[in-house]
Write a protein that binds this ligand. Sequence first.
Ligand SMILES: *[C@@H]1O[C@H](CO)[C@@H](O)[C@H](O)[C@H]1NC(C)=O
Ligand SMILES: *[C@@H]1O[C@H](CO)[C@@H](O)[C@H](O)[C@H]1NC(C)=O
Ligand SMILES: *[C@@H]1O[C@H](CO)[C@@H](O)[C@H](O)[C@H]1NC(C)=O
Ligand SMILES: *[C@@H]1O[C@H](CO)[C@@H](O)[C@H](O)[C@H]1NC(C)=O
Ligand SMILES: *[C@@H]1O[C@H](CO)[C@@H](O)[C@H](O)[C@H]1NC(C)=O
Ligand SMILES: *[C@@H]1O[C@H](CO)[C@@H](O)[C@H](O)[C@H]1NC(C)=O
Ligand SMILES: *[C@@H]1O[C@H](CO)[C@@H](O)[C@H](O)[C@H]1NC(C)=O
Ligand SMILES: *[C@@H]1O[C@H](CO)[C@@H](O)[C@H](O)[C@H]1NC(C)=O
Length: 546
Amino acid sequence: MCRTGEAAWGCLLFLTTLGVFAVPRSEHQSGAVGMNVLFIVVDDLRTSLGCYGDTIVKSPNIDQLASRSVVFKNAYVQQSVCAPSRVSFLTGRRPTTTKLFDFFSYWRVHAGNFTTIPQYFKENGYVTMSVGKVFHPGISSNHSDDFPLSWSIPPYHPSSEKYENKKTCKGKDGALHENLVCPVDVLEVPEGTLPDIQSTAEAIKLLQVMKQHNSPFFLAIGYHKPHIPLRYPKEYLKLYPLENITLAPDPDVPIDLPPVAYSPWVDIRKREDVRALNVSFPYGPIPQDFQLLIRQSYFAAVSYVDAQVGQLLSALDDLHLTNNTIVVFISDHGWSLGEHGEWAKYSNFDVATHVPMMIYVPGMTADVHPDSRMFSFIDSLSYAADQIPEGKSRKIVVELLSLFATLSELVGLQVPPRCPETSFDVQLCTEASSLAAYINITDDEEKGLVESVAYSVYPRPSDTPQQNSDLPFLKDIRIMGHSMRTVDYRYTLWVGFDPNTFNSNLSDIHAGELYLVEVDPNQDHNVYNSTFYETLSKKFLKFLRK
Ligand SMILES: *[C@@H]1O[C@H](CO)[C@@H](O)[C@H](O)[C@H]1NC(C)=O
Ligand SMILES: *[C@@H]1O[C@H](CO)[C@@H](O)[C@H](O)[C@H]1NC(C)=O
Ligand SMILES: *[C@@H]1O[C@H](CO)[C@@H](O)[C@H](O)[C@H]1NC(C)=O
Ligand SMILES: *[C@@H]1O[C@H](CO)[C@@H](O)[C@H](O)[C@H]1NC(C)=O
Ligand SMILES: *[C@@H]1O[C@H](CO)[C@@H](O)[C@H](O)[C@H]1NC(C)=O
Ligand SMILES: *[C@@H]1O[C@H](CO)[C@@H](O)[C@H](O)[C@H]1NC(C)=O
Ligand SMILES: *[C@@H]1O[C@H](CO)[C@@H](O)[C@H](O)[C@H]1NC(C)=O
Ligand SMILES: *[C@@H]1O[C@H](CO)[C@@H](O)[C@H](O)[C@H]1NC(C)=O
């Protein structure tokens, strides 16, 4: 009944009936509310959402969640690739502490036995559950999504996930291919379903079981799209007529971009449809008509995920759980849709590091009325964008790293202490402060708060783009890009790195980037060498040294 695999809700029902989780909510929470947490992580979702000001993308359900939440408009990840980013925010430590820059080590063995967010909740009386891609699967989570330490029941993975990289995309020739652009007829694909549809259904079943039960829960659900391949139900294409799709505002590789900063998007080149284009390595470009197809399908995949989120939240509401469940919505990192001539994550630019992050806290970010709905499913094919009001938003620059402390504080658990300078032997601590104080303040109050900084890193094997530049193995990393984002600037320094000692050598500078984001939001004009900004660069360098 409780093997790792597919039957998570059956296992949960079995264990709750046995009384395994017989810890009532009230005994475990100190003072505060003891709310449940629904933690939604989307894979490779940049801020292309209505609630982040995108005028093309149709995301009514996420926008509705935003309207009831506090939306962090300037949230950044710590490394723009799945496993390092997820391990970082789930442990509340930077990649420099988890020592995970690629996909191939497990922090408990290679860095330290760090407590994760779900583990902390589990140890404090929560039933913790994982559906879909929450941890990155594989070595980086001990081939078990860190079960049993992080989760009360074996994590659920949708059975149809195994077809993601199979030939299931119908080409113009009528045959099936392993394409990048892959709208499908769901009735025709193997098993007649897609992973995210299965994950939504499973999460709803878990909510139904938990509704009957007294323990607080932490349910994490990780959606697979819009990660490549862009495989989604083809009806979402209707939302994006090709004539309405534009190219990226800056589709060319900037001339003053240091080559080390560039990601040559090797993974999409392996897909059959992209391979057929004979795009040159490393800079391309991809033919414009195909650029439009990629953008169109990415947006359609976002709308498909939006519908999943809508169904999940509407089920939460049907179960009357919206008055005692916090909802967190984030993505593990962004994706460049042609900006700087790139088609990938794998960089320190905002398109790769800037992510949606919103938190719904009943009674705090929205008033709860017993008789009215908080979340209704909205069909993206028939709604008016102006029906959805804007929610509260914060401009402060924040890191996903803050989620550990923030969620602990919001549910009334003791906030894990700040980590000491080196913390490999400290099991429970976090490297960022709680954002709870930012959730219920006015815009004026926010203005008075200190300016903050988000840090991220990206590794490279060499100064010029190679086949392994996107995702070097640890042993091949020679250069580390340390990046800082403030409200006004993005500053990145590419310096020598030793994979044996994990040391970055800030005296061995390979390249630098400085962007003035107010006038150059897309980060196309590198002013690092301008003598005018020398003082600023020196100030940032000092900051990084610390
Ligand atoms: C890591 O911590 C967990 C939880 O405290 C403990 O059960 C486990 O034995 C520890 N593992 C190691 C290798 O120290
Ligand atoms: C990793 O998983 C294996 C079982 O596959 C288990 O024996 C081992 O203790 C786990 N490692 C840690 C550090 O928890
Ligand atoms: C496409 O663009 C046209 C012209 O701006 C607009 O009227 C139409 O609503 C757009 N279609 C969709 C599905 O957004
Ligand atoms: C900045 O100056 C360095 C050293 O003179 C040079 O190697 C580099 O190409 C310059 N970068 C840009 C973007 O001009
Ligand atoms: C790509 O190269 C192959 C083999 O050289 C050729 O048959 C094909 O026509 C080329 N395709 C394009 C789009 O240039
Ligand atoms: C939430 O609503 C349910 C049913 O509407 C009610 O029984 C319960 O007491 C409420 N919980 C809180 C924390 O307000
Ligand atoms: C949030 O702020 C409002 C306005 O200042 C206040 O009335 C309310 O009590 C606060 N709510 C919580 C839960 O702190
Ligand atoms: C750091 O780089 C500088 C400049 O290249 C070099 O002289 C120094 O030996 C390096 N330090 C270490 C510890 O490798």
